[in-house]
Design a binder for this molecule. Structure first.
Ligand code: HEC
Length: 164
């Protein structure tokens, strides 16, 4: 082969390899942001007690009190959210309960990998039932979800709440 042909071949080779690098580079830049998000570290700052008193307690009260039946001398008084804003407020509290369950599973808040995890998940699941009831705007379903939520609180406190 003549030297000219060699030069041509090597030129083509560099061209092809160059395109390869461009493609690899484009792929890497597309994948990079995903890898960065996965690397974010979350540190648990608040104590379990602070989350209970600051988030879980108030949110649970909001859900528990949203639907009630009171018997008075004037008859039976049914209370339930009526306006969109009232339903939204209950939904926000249900969401706060769900996310509180997630917070129980972050960092050093995880007491053990057994009951603690299961009971935190029970809080999450019962909160989801309340959220579904809100989406369906169903007072009956909301009332029923209250019992599951209450059980999830009691079960965990019975085993893990110290000094009371
Ligand atoms: C996964 C376990 C767990 C679940 C579920 C849970 N709690 Fe707690 N809660 C605790 C622990 C542990 C403490 C004690 C924290 C401490 O004193 O350090 C506590 C304490 C509390 C306190 C503070 C009591 C006080 O004055 O010291 C309140 C209020 C509370 N929880 C409300 C609730 C409610 C309402 C629910 C259900 C909606 C709930 N918790 C669900 C584990 C849980």
């Amino acid at each position: 082969m003549k030297p000219r042909h060699w030069f041509f071949l090597i030129g083509v080779l560099f061209y092809v390899v160059g395109i390869g690098f461009v493609i690899a580079g484009a792929r890497a830049s597309r994948e990079a942001p995903a890898r960065q998000t996965a690397a974010v570290e979350v540190t648990a700052v608040a104590s379990v007690k602070q989350i209970m008193k600051g988030i879980v307690g108030p949110a649970a009260n909001m859900v528990f009190n949203a639907v009630s039946t009171t018997v008075t001398s004037k008859g039976v008084e049914e209370k339930a959210p009526e306006t969109n804003e009232e339903w939204e407020a209950v939904g926000n509290s249900a969401a706060a309960l769900i996310e509180s369950g997630n917070l129980m599973l972050v960092g050093n808040r995880v007491v053990d990998k057994g009951d603690w995890v299961r009971m935190s998940q029970a809080l999450i699941e019962s909160g989801k039932v309340a959220l579904k009831a809100v989406e369906a705007k169903s007072p009956d379903q909301l009332l029923a979800s209250g019992e599951a939520i209450n059980n999830s609180c009691d079960n965990c406190h019975r085993k893990y709440q110290r000094g009371s």
